[in-house]
Write a protein that binds this ligand. Sequence first.
Ligand SMILES: *Cc1c(COP(=O)(O)O)cnc(C)c1O
Length: 476
Amino acid sequence: MNARHEPATRMHTTSHETEQIVDLVLDYSRRRMLSDDTPLDKPSSEAELTRLAGRTITERGIGAVKALSVFEHVLAPACITTDHPQYLSFIPTAPTKAATAFDLVVSASALYGGSWLEGAGAVYAENEVLAWLASEFGLPAAAGGVFVQGGTLGNLSALVAARDHARHLLAEAAASASGDAGGADAPTSAPPGGRWKIVCSAEAHSSIASAARVMDVDVVPVKPAADGMLRGDDVRAALAEHGTSVFAVVATAGSTNFGIVDDLASIAELKADYDFWLHVDGAYGLAAMLSPLTRDRFAGVEHADSVIVDPHKWLFAPFDACALIYRDPEAGRRAHTQHAEYLDTLTEQSEWSPSDYAAHLTRRARGLPFWFSLATYGGAAYREAISHSITVAADIAREISSREGFSLVRDPQLSVVVFEREGWTKSDYDAWSARLLDGQKAFVTPSSHAGRPNTRFAIVNPNTTFEQLVAILDTM
Ligand SMILES: *Cc1c(COP(=O)(O)O)cnc(C)c1O
C-alpha cells in the first residue's frame, strides 16, 4: 500500500496494531522493572552501534517488534545501568519500584504540569511533596516552588530570582531616596560596584559557575577549610570585600565530590549583618536530612531563601527531577512568570502555576513518580533507605582506613567515600576502572583532589552492600 493512502489516524486510534504496540512496551517495561539482574552494561562505539542497529528510521517504518528488539538487544545494552548496585560513579540513581512504575502512568495520562488550569490534580500532589520537603528542612509553611529538570536548572532559577530580588531592593531604595514611588517597578539597577556577584565555596558544583555565565554575573569562590566545609567566617571576608554587589551566597549541602555539608548555620548568621539571598544547593546531599543519622549536619538550612534537592539522586525517583523551593515563592514568581497574549488567561489567575517559578514553560509533571512512591511507602521508608547508605559508607570508610596501602582523602560525612590506593598514578586508576567496567564488575571512575588522583564510591542505592564494596577494594 502506498504510504499516502494510509489514514492519518493510524498512529492515534485504538486498533489491533496499537494494542499490540502498547502490550509489547508494557511487557518489556514490566520485565525490566522487576528484574533483579539487569547487567551493568557499557557503552559501545558508534561504528559498532551502526553495525548492529543499522538504519532504523525509514519512510515506511520498521514496525514496533523490530524497533523494540533493536532497543532491547542493541541500544539498551549500550547504556550503563545507572540504578545498578555497583554503579558508584558521579552520583548514581536508585528509583523505587513504585516511582519507576508510576513514571509510565505520568506518560500514559498526557498530564500537563505547567498550570493549575490544566493540571490542578497533578500540581496539588507535587505541591504536597514540596511542602513535605520544606517542612523537613524547617522552612516556613508558606514556602513552595516547583520540580524542574535538574539541579543545574534549579540553581539557575533560584539565582535568577535572587538577583531579581536584589534589583528590586535597590530600585526601592533609590525610589525612596528620590521620592519617586514608580522606581520600585523598574528593577533594572546595576549594583554599586558595577557587576553582580555570587559568593560560594571553591568546591561548589560546576552548575553555579554555569548559572553565573548564563546570567553574566561574577563568581567569588571562597576556599573552604581543609575539611572541605565552608564556614561563616570565610564568607564574611568575601562579603566585606565585595559589599552590596553580592546578591547571593550559595552554600552546598553535600558537595558532589565529597558529600561535605557547609556550615549552614554560621553562614546564615551573616544575614544579621549583610543583605544577601542564601541559596542552599542540596542537589545530592540534602536528602540526608531525612535520616536521623545526619539530620544535625544541616542545621541552619531553615534560614535559606531557596534550596534545591534532586529526587533523581538520593530520593529514589527516576530521571529527571529537582525540587526547587523558595522561602517566599512570590520572589520566584515575580522573576519567572512569562507574559504573552495567549498566556494571559493563565497569568491573570491567582492559582498556583508551576511554570511561574523557574526558567521554563511547558513541563512534565515530573514530581509525580516521587509523590506516588512517597504516598505509597511513607516517609519512614525513605529515612530507612537513606540511613542504610550512610551506614554502608561509614563501614567501608572504616575498612579503607584500616587497609594496608589504602587511605581516605577525607572522612565522609554522608555517603561519598573518596580514597587513594598508595602509589597509584592517574593511569593506574584509569586502567583499573576500565577493567572493572569491562569485566562488568562495577562502574567506579577515577577522580582527583588538589592535583592527586583518587577514586570514590558514591552510594545512594540501598541494594549496594558492604560486601560488594569490599570485593571492589580487593581488585585494587
Ligand atoms: C548533581 C548536582 C548538581 C547538578 O544537578 P543536575 O541534576 O545534574 O543538573 C548541582 N549541585 C550539586 C551539589 C550536585 O550534586
